[in-house]
Design a binder for this molecule. Sequence first.
Ligand SMILES: [Zn+2]
Ligand SMILES: [Zn+2]
Length: 142
Amino acid sequence: MTATTDQVRAAQAEARKLTTTALGIPVKPAPGPAPAMDEFLDRFKELERCPHLAARPIQPWMLVLPWQTWRCQPCLREWAQKEARTWTGFGAVEEATCDRCRQYVEAGRLTPAMLRSDLWIIQCSLCKRCEREMGTKTAAPR
Ligand SMILES: [Zn+2]
Ligand SMILES: [Zn+2]
């Protein structure tokens, strides 16, 4: 797989833009590396991926925890629309389980977060402790 620097830069810019538009809030570039993302990527890098990411890795990769599949943008959009029609929820336990430490917390106490590093974008729900430990900028639930 060879990619030009331009392709990589374009994909990085696209990934940055996606986090902004998805959350509807301005996303400031994090100061320095994000250890939280390194940890997540170590854990989730080998998950299943859509055929488009396998064929063309230089584009934004999107993972919505606790689902276990990396998707490209069109696949994520299609999947999210389908889910929105048929979604009945995870059930009370998963809805209140932190995606990082897998601890059950009081219902309604998780914070939705979107983490990005380079081309990888992960959407997850974090308990207060993980949120603090990961030092993430998170969006308040609407
Ligand atoms: Zn795809
Ligand atoms: Zn946690």
